[in-house]
Design a protein around this ligand. Sequence first.
Ligand SMILES: Nc1nc2c(ncn2[C@@H]2O[C@H](COP(=O)(O)OP(=O)(O)OP(=O)(O)O)[C@@H](O)[C@H]2O)c(=O)[nH]1
Ligand SMILES: [Mg+2]
Length: 461
Amino acid sequence: MVNRMAADDPIVAIATAPGRGGIGIVRVSGASIAPVIDGLLGAHAADLGARHALYAKFVGDDGAEIDRGIALYFPAPHSYTGENVLELQGHGGPVVLRLLVARCLQAGRTIGLRIAEPGEFTQRAFLNDRLDLAQAEAVADLIDASTETAARAAVRSLAGELSRRAHALTAALTELRMLVEATLDFPEEELDFLQTSDAVGRLARIRDDLHQLLKQAQQGALLRDGLSIVLVGAPNVGKSSLLNALAGADVAIVTAHPGTTRDRIAQQIDVDGIALNVIDTAGLRAATEEVEQLGIARTLAEVERADVVVHLVDATHLADDAAVLARVNQRIGRAVPLLTVVNKIDLIPGTPRVEDGRVYLSAKTGAGLDLLRAELKRAAGWEQGVAGESQILARERHVQALDRARNHLGAAGEHAARRVAHLDLFAEELRLAANAIGEITGALSADDLLGAIFSRFCIGK
Ligand SMILES: Nc1nc2c(ncn2[C@@H]2O[C@H](COP(=O)(O)OP(=O)(O)OP(=O)(O)O)[C@@H](O)[C@H]2O)c(=O)[nH]1
Ligand SMILES: [Mg+2]
């Protein structure tokens, strides 16, 4: 968690990923960082102009060269953090970058320079109004994006698309509330107010917009978090074969011997931009051997964590599966979708298809895999075309804020529908809805929430 007591200290960190690379960047940010510039660039400090690349030696306190590279200076407020920022682009080796940071700390001792906490650069950008909270989150989500679609959606949120839509909603809510509150001062006019101002119509339009944004945010959260899909079934039904077929690679061992898989095997698969984490497990049966028993315990534990459970059955032994299903259902607790897949249809007459909610396919030939991919996305709540090209990336936090706003607007609708409308309560629900939406951009967020969000960033961001 970021220490707020020291929110003004100048900070330094390596901004590039750990490991070796062509270039490594050390970033310094603070209100006054002149001693660091002077210390690192020595006699060349005076040549450092605003936003111009200066090729220079980075030197120690004895003047000896530590590295050489590009120095960039971004004076406040036109920098990532909104403070004065110095970027040193040196060679991307872990040792040389550590030496550079150590030298910065030494040169910046007089100004209290310290190592940045995770996410602290971006937190400053937020505190200095360079980014709002949804945009700051999008920075981390863009870095973490595991599919192209997620990356594109993150860029849209970073550009402010989610924030813009949230602002539009709060603005409409505030306008409606102003109207209502103006009427509250003239009780004799309350009766007509709802008709003349079209308050109910306005509320309905806001609710439609909110509904639309909520759906997009739910999909955005799905894009961000991906889905955990667990393959379960009796031994030998072809779970590992299906994992391999979905992955397009030999990830798991396949044999004709029942009880082949003991441990869980996870593989991330990109299905039309959604990251599916597919988990193959030990087949479920009354095992006597210890290793297999442990494997089965793991299978059942995975079932509890899954977003979608895929129950695989063998097309040639359909009847054998009641016991497996009973065990799985026992562990499914929450409303997790269960998708039944009938495998090995190459051994029986019939074509790949979805029938009575079951997908018929062959892991061996690959027939029907596309049907399964589509069903998996559907089971997880993905709707084609909700956002079209303008999908935004979102987080569960945003979905929950919008959902709370929706409940308040529902309550507002009920107050308005009463024969004698409670305008004060109506106005209060509008206010609460706007507050909930305001949390998305951080207009009204508690410090502990901010701390929790930024502390999950990588260091140097
Ligand atoms: N004909 C046919 N055989 C299949 C198909 N899928 C899997 N098999 C065969 O079924 C046998 C078992 O496959 P696995 O993928 O190891 O089955 P599993 O469910 O992972 O089995 P355990 O790990 O033991 O629980 C192997 O001999 C596979 O080649 C299929 O679609 N058609
Ligand atoms: Mg297996």
